[in-house]
Design a protein around this ligand. Structure first.
Ligand code: GDP
Ligand code: IMO
Ligand code: MG
Length: 451
C-alpha cells in the first residue's frame, strides 16, 4: 500500500505545491486532508504559474485522481472558480477525477465576516489570519453546528443550519461593525453551487481505502506547516486545523497503518506570514534581500512574508512530530543573495541550558543559538544533477542533514519542475518499508550520491 504524506515543516509556504506536483508523476491519487483556501500552493507548469487554494496540486496531471477529505473546510464558490480557471486552461475535471467529501465543512460568508470581526476585536493581538473564514468554520464544526457538503442537498435543513449559525454570530459582528450576511442570500448562492458540485460529492474515506486496496500510489498533501498546527504549533498564532502528518488520518479517514511514509518540505531559510513569534526573524536588510530574491509574498493574500534565518531546531521538532523519513529542501538557490556567510539557529538557550529543539512553551524566555557557516557562493538554478552541485551547496546540505537528523531526498533550486534534484525518490524510500526508511536515515549526510 504505497502512500506518502507531504507536510510543511515550518510556518507554511515551504514549496509544498511544487513538491507535490513533482511527486504526482509517481502518484495515482492526491488527497488534501485539512485547511481550506487559506492555503496557496504554487505550481509552475511550462510557462504557466498556477496557484491552487483548494484543489490538490496533483490536478495538473491528467491521470491523477483528486480528493478533498472531510478534514477540509471549503468555500463552494471558490472551489468552482478554481475548477473553472483550470478548465479555461484546458484541464477539465469530471467526477471520475474529483471527489469532495460529503462530510467536509462548508465555509459560509458568515465565517468570513466572523473572521474579520474577531480580528477587529483582538486589535493589536490579532492573529493576522488570511480572513478566509477558516477559524470560524472549524469553530462551528467543533460546536456541532457546522454545515457539511451533504447538508447542501436538503434546502430546508440547510436554511435551518445557516439561520442558527447566523443567530449565534450576529451579536459579535454587530458589535464590531461587520455586516451580517443575509441567510436567504447565502442559501440561494449555495443552492446554485450545489447544482454544479453535487455530482462530485461522495465518500472520500472509502475512496482512499479502495485506491490503497488496489495498490495505487496515494499522496496526502498537507497545507500550512507544522508550526501552524493547532496542537503542535506556536499557539495561539496558528491555523485552526491539524497540519501535521497525523492529520492525514483523521482528515482523510484512513488508519495510521495506511501511511507508509512522511516527507517534510523545508525551505532553506524561514518565512512566516501573519503575527506571532518568529525567533530567527532577520534584520530588515537581510529580510528584504530574502523577500526579493525568493519572491516572498503571500500566494493567497499577497502580504509580504516575514523572512529569517534557517531554524534547524524548529525543523528538528517537525522531524520528530511528523515522523519524517526525509526532507525536500527548497529554495536553496535563494541563499546566494546573502553572500559568503549565513547564520543558522542550531538550538535554543532556555533556563540555563541549550536545547536542540525549539522550546515552544518557553519561547518568551528562549534565545536562539546561532552557528555562522559558509553560504552558497555559486548560482544553482542551472544545476540538474547531484554530481554537478557546487561544493558550497554540498557542504550546506550535509550540515542541514546533520542538524535535522534526516537525509535530504529532494533538492529544489528553482520554482520550475526541472529545477529539482532527486537524490532518493521519496516513494521509493517508503516502498523499501520500515527498514529501508531507517537505513536511509542512518546513512546520513554523505548519502545519495553526493559524497
Ligand atoms: P506552498 O504553500 O508550500 O505550496 O508554497 P508557496 O507556493 O506558497 O510558496 C513557495 C514559492 O516559492 C512559490 O512562489 C514557488 O513557485 C516558489 N518556489 C518553490 N520552490 C522553489 C525553489 O526551489 N527556488 C525558488 N527560487 N522558488 C521556489
Ligand atoms: P500554505 O498551505 C502560510 C497563517 C496566516 C495566519 C495564521 C492563521 O500556503 O503553506 P488562518 O487564515 O488559517 O486562520 O490564519 O496562519 N497561514 C498561512 N501561512 N501559508 C499558509 O498556507 C497559511 N495558511 C494560514 O497567515 O498567520
Ligand atoms: Mg503557500
Amino acid at each position: 500500500m504505497p502512500s506518502l504524506v507531504v507536510v510543511g515543516t515550518q510556518w507554511g509556504d515551504e514549496g509544498k505545491g511544487k513538491v507535490v506536483d513533482l511527486l504526482t508523476e509517481f502518484a495515482d491519487v492526491v488527497v488534501r486532508y485539512q485547511g481550506g483556501d487559506n492555503a496557496g500552493h504554487t505550481v509552475i507548469a511550462g510557462d504557466d504559474k498556477i496557484v491552487l487554494h483548494l484543489l490538490p496540486s496533483g490536478v495538473l496531471r491528467p491521470n491523477c485522481r483528486c480528493l478533498l477529505g472531510q478534514g477540509m473546510v471549503v468555500r463552494p464558490g471558490r472551489l468552482l472558480e478554481e475548477i473553472d480557471a483550470l478548465a479555461a486552461r484546458g484541464t477539465s475535471l469530471d467526477p471520475a477525477r474529483l471527489t469532495i467529501s460529503a462530510r467536509a465543512h462548508v465555509v459560509l460568508p458568515l465565517h468570513l465576516a466572523a473572521d474579520e470581526a474577531e480580528e477587529r476585536r483582538r486589535g493589536e493581538r490579532g492573529i493576522g489570519t488570511t480572513r478566509r473564514g477558516i477559524g470560524p468554520c472549524y469553530e462551528d464544526k467543533a460546536a456541532r453546528r457546522g454545515v457539511r457538503f451533504a447538508d447542501l442537498a436538503d434546502p430546508d435543513r440547510l436554511r435551518a443550519l445557516v439561520e442558527d449559525a447566523t443567530a449565534c454570530r450576529a451579536p459579535l459582528l454587530e458589535r464590531q461593525g461587520v455586516a451580517v450576511p443575509d441567510p436567504a442570500e447565502t442559501c440561494r448562492d449555495l443552492a446554485a453551487a450545489w447544482a454544479r458540485l453535487a455530482p462530485f460529492v461522495g465518500d472520500v474515506s472509502r475512496a482512499v481505502h479502495d485506491e490503497l486496496e488496489r495498490g495505487r500510489h496515494v499522496l496526502f498533501e498537507g497545507a500550512q506547516g507544522t508550526l501552524l498546527d493547532i496542537d503542535q504549533g506556536t499557539y495561539p498564532f496558528v491555523t485552526s486545523s491539524t497540519t501535521v502528518a497525523a492529520g492525514a488520518c483523521a482528515g482523510a479517514g484512513v488508519p495510521p497503518g495506511a501511511i507508509d511514509g512522511v516527507l517534510g518540505v523545508c525551505k532553506a531559510y524561514t518565512t512566516r506570514v501573519g503575527n506571532g513569534p518568529f525567533p530567527t526573524e532577520a534584520d530588515d536588510e537581510t529580510a528584504r534581500k530574502l523577500r526579493e530574491a525568493g519572491g516572498e509574498f503571500g500566494a493567497t493574500t499577497g502580504r509580504p512574508r516575514r523572512c529569517g534565518w534557517f531554524d534547524a531546531a524548529a525543523v528538528r521538532r517537525a522531524v520528530r512530530v511528523n515522523g519524517l523519513a526525509s526532507l525536500a529542501l527548497t529554495k536553496l538557490d535563494v541563499l546566494q543573495v546573502l553572500g559568503p556567510e549565513i547564520r543558522v539557529c542550531v538550538g535554543y538557550e532556555v533556563d540555563g541550558a541549550v536545547e536542540p529543539e525549539i522550546p515552544l512553551d518557553r519561547l518568551d524566555r528562549a534565545r536562539p543559538v546561532y552557528e555562522t557557516v559558509k553560504g552558497i557562493s555559486e548560482p544553482l538554478r542551472d544545476v540538474r544533477s547531484p554530481d554537478d552541485l557546487p561544493a558550497s551547496a554540498r557542504r550546506y546540505l550535509a550540515l542541514v542533514e546533520k542538524w535535522v537528523g534526516v537525509p535530504v531526498s529532494l533538492l529544489s533550486v528553482g520554482a520550475r519542475r526541472a529545477e529539482t534534484l532527486v537524490f532518493d525518490n521519496p516513494f521509493r524510500l517508503r516502498r523499501r518499508g520500515a527498514s529501508g526508511r531507517h537505513a536511509a536515515v542512518a546513512r546520513g549526510p554523505r548519502s545519495a550520491g553526493r559524497g
